[in-house]
Design a protein around this ligand. Structure first.
Ligand SMILES: [Zn+2]
Length: 281
């Protein structure tokens, strides 16, 4: 038996060097190619918040603040992901924008439509593979219906949150109802992080860019930097405790991933960022 065993061992050793180098090269080329290639910040609204103590009870009473509303378009080698859809494009046609019922809330305008900004990049709404929304307030879901073929990525708790005006999404829109964190492309380059509190199924998005590094897109887990630094909870939030816990969780994710925090509505921060058609890679 001894010679046969030696022969087999010799055969496998002889075959391995022939197969291994090319398959190893393929694997390493695959691994080094970035999953997420680009991130574009789109202008999805501009406005004035009438009284920012609405977002920080008892603090800054009567003080107004300029807000922005951002959407983020992410190019992954498997397809396009749109994070938040902003205010409805129809608001772009309103000369005075959309005045809020509560004067303490935000008076929104839409200087550019979402569709025109996609068009500028040569992207058609039908090219979008995934639409993920941080939550279902109107300044985030205003254009979901422009993407009827895209897979919606939304927390089950948000999707099923009762609304006085009927379903939060068209019942025939394809949807993946999430229950917690979700790795969108399966390669950890774009991971939805469950951050409930502002609404029952609020979520944020961690994006890992090859040059820029990790960025955590806040959604409305926080509205501007001062509230982040002081962990302030807006008066209208669904749960104060969950909001505080989500901010703590975000801080832990940021520390672990060495991630920047990009706060959706923070105009001062966004004014320092590159807007589409410029991009981050
Ligand atoms: Zn918002």
């Amino acid at each position: 038996m001894q010679p046969i065993r030696l022969f087999l061992a010799g055969a496998s050793l002889a075959v391995l060097p022939l197969l291994a180098p090319s398959s190893l090269q393929q694997a390493s080329a695959q691994d080094t190619k970035p999953g997420v290639e680009r991130l574009y910040i789109l202008n999805c609204g501009e406005g004035v918040a009438g009284d920012i103590s609405r977002w920080s009870p008892g603090v800054n009473v009567g003080k107004s603040m300029d807000f922005v509303d951002s959407c983020y378009l992410i190019k992954h080698r498997q397809g396009w992901l749109l994070w938040d859809t902003g205010l409805a494009d129809a608001i772009a046609a309103m000369p005075e924008g959309q005045r809020p019922a509560d004067p303490r809330a935000t008076h929104w305008r839409r200087p550019k439509t979402l569709v025109s900004q996609l068009d500028q990049l040569g992207v058609k709404p039908s090219d979008i593979k995934y639409v993920a929304v941080s939550h279902t307030h109107p300044d985030h879901v205003g254009n979901v219906t422009l993407f009827p073929q895209a897979m919606l990525l939304v927390q089950k708790a948000e999707y099923e949150w009762p609304s006085p005006v009927g379903p939060r999404f068209k019942p025939d829109h394809p949807v993946t109802k999430l229950e917690g964190d979700h790795d969108v492309f399966g390669d950890a380059s774009a991971v939805i992080i469950s951050t409930p509190g502002h609404t029952p199924g609020h979520q944020s998005l961690l994006v890992k860019l090859p040059q820029t590094g990790a960025v955590l897109l806040s959604g409305d887990a926080v509205h501007f930097r001062e509230n982040w630094e002081n962990r302030r909870v807006p008066e209208g939030n669904d749960s104060k405790d969950k909001t505080a816990a989500s901010m703590q969780h975000m801080a832990e994710v940021m520390a672990k991933e060495k991630a920047q925090l990009w706060i959706n509505h923070d105009k001062a921060q966004r004014d320092g960022l590159k807007m589409s058609p410029d991009f981050y890679n």
